[in-house]
Design a protein around this ligand. Structure first.
Ligand code: ZN
Length: 143
């Protein structure tokens, strides 16, 4: 019996981050549907469970890895964008954020009253920036 299970599991993909996300979504839908009792949500739940089982028992490991990498890429981009906007908001009284018109590099500039010429630290392109507050000007690349 134990050998049968071991043989069945051997070479299968298993659990990854996308698996966990789908499981969380499925659980949330399950809780929501306890109150709504909606058939469309029930179908989505079943579909998610099917995808979860299919992915974790799949023997096409490279393909499942690619799916998971895509998901992690999107997740990282969202987290990065969130952190960037959070920082931008927290520093709204001391710094401003501009994009280099040439290479689209995000640049962090302290607020300094007046018009200034900024040299992009990434591509050395020079462009004009208008500020409304007084402070020393210093150019920084934002990653
Ligand atoms: Zn640039």
């Amino acid at each position: 019996m134990n050998n049968k299970i071991r043989n069945f599991i051997y070479g299968r993909y298993g659990i990854d981050d996308l698996y966990k996300l789908l499981l969380i979504i499925c659980f949330i839908l399950l809780v929501i549907n306890m109150f709504l009792n909606n058939n469309i949500i029930r179908i989505i739940e079943l579909l998610l469970i099917f995808i979860i089982l299919y992915r974790s028992l799949s023997k096409n490991i490279s393909r499942r890895k690619k799916e998971n990498d895509k998901y992690l890429n999107i997740k990282n981009r969202i987290i990065k964008s969130f952190n960037y906007n959070k920082k931008k908001y927290e520093e709204r009284n001391t710094h401003m954020y501009k994009k280099c018109p040439n290479c689209k590099q995000k640049i962090r500039l302290p607020l300094k009253k007046g018009k200034h010429t900024v040299k992009c630290p990434n591509c050395s392109y020079k462009f004009e920036v208008k500020c409304r507050k007084d402070e020393k000007i210093k150019v920084e690349i934002v990653k």
